[in-house]
Design a protein around this ligand. Structure first.
Ligand code: PBG
Length: 342
């Protein structure tokens, strides 16, 4: 009479007298679903996409299997596909040809540049999807840094902010919903907010990479964009991975400067930061499950060492459980296909 999942309610054996037995609520799948505290949803996901010049062309990124650089026409198809899967937002990153890069990243605010053209085309083809554009110099700078570099190799803050403002305005003009400064210069959120408002883009929001750490987990992304710094590292602007209080300082500044959404990046080695930021603000909190985190899961599952689907769900659930409302992830499409309904 007893099924596999039923418990004996009348056990005569010498039961321990326990005031509580947590296992009661884990007994069946329905019971577990009923008491589940964290529910990953396709609504939480933002899909990063790489766009390059050309036509009918796509290239797989070697260190990010399953992710591609797309020419504009194929990217549009991919955006349609992504929106049909129920994903609400994409974050766009451009692959800029070497001959268009220069020391001050002038191509970044070309009104007819790759990003600007692509955003306009997405606005036409898939008007409802949320388009997020990256505001940083590195894809456009000949030296690969996120800022303007002085003769003695210092990354100059305020001259860089001037370029970031121009870039953000040109992206807003093209139709971006959210501009996302990922550079970590001081004061850029406030400067961008003021400029957007002054130019009439009051409805364009700012998704601020507020606590962005100098991380070795960005390696595959820099392969994807050919954007690795040609000298030095990014430690004078991106944060020291050992610091948590400093993240709260950065968060407070970005809130005061007018950020709409706050981001922590990377996600997995910084779950404690996500949790602290969650507790410190009422704003939506985003986390970036970055390229290196993606590559590790892909590499191990390709060798058959871990079960890919289970590890993806466990990983993204941990980021949400830590307190992220939104997750930028290269797994967004996989998850949309795995989750029941939308
Ligand atoms: C550049 C930028 C980086 C990423 C997003 N924007 C790399 C960097 O700061 O060097 C990394 C994303 C990823 O690794 O998935 N401003």
């Amino acid at each position: 009479m007893s099924s596999k999942n039923s418990v004996s309610h009348h056990s005569k054996s010498t039961n321990l007298l326990l005031p509580n037995r947590p296992r009661r609520l884990r007994r069946t799948p329905a019971m577990r679903r009923m008491v589940r505290e964290t529910q990953l949803s396709v609504n939480d996901l933002i899909y990063p996409l790489f766009v390059m010049e050309g036509e009918s062309h796509q290239q797989e990124i070697i260190s990010m299997p399953g992710c591609y650089r797309y020419s504009g026409d194929l990217l549009l198809k991919e955006v349609e596909n992504v929106f049909e899967l129920g994903i609400n937002a994409i974050a766009l990153f451009p692959v800029i040809p070497e001959d268009k890069k220069d020391a001050t990243a002038t191509e970044s605010y070309n009104p007819d540049g790759l990003v600007q053209r692509t955003v306009k085309a997405i606005r036409q083809a898939v008007p409802e999807i949320v388009v997020i554009t990256d505001v940083a110099l590195d894809p456009f700078s000949s030296h690969g840094h996120d800022g303007i570099v002085s003769e003695d190799g210092i990354i100059l803050n305020d001259p860089t902010v001037d370029v970031l403002v121009k870039m953000a305005l040109s992206q807003a003009n093209a139709g971006a919903d959210l501009v996302a400064p990922s550079d970590m210069m001081d004061g850029r959120v406030g400067a961008i907010r003021q400029a957007l408002d002054a130019e009439g883009y009051v409805d364009v929001g700012i998704l601020a990479y507020s606590a962005k750490y100098a991380s070795a987990y960005y390696g595959p992304f820099r392969d994807a964009l050919d954007s690795a710094p040609k000298f030095g590292d990014k430690k004078t602007y991106q944060m020291d991975s050992a610091n948590a209080k400093e993240a709260l300082k950065e968060i407070a500044l970005d809130i005061a400067e007018g950020a709409d959404v706050l981001m922590i990046k990377p996600a997995l080695a910084y779950l404690d930061i996500i949790q602290q930021v969650r507790n410190a603000t009422q704003l939506p909190v985003a986390a970036y499950n970055v390229s290196g985190e993606y590559a590790m899961i892909k590499a191990a599952s390709q060798r058959g060492w871990i079960d890919e689907k289970s590890v993806i769900l466990e990983t993204l659930t941990s980021i949400k459980r830590a307190g992220a409302d939104l997750i930028l992830t290269y797994f967004a499409k996989d998850v949309a296909l795995m989750l029941p309904g939308t």
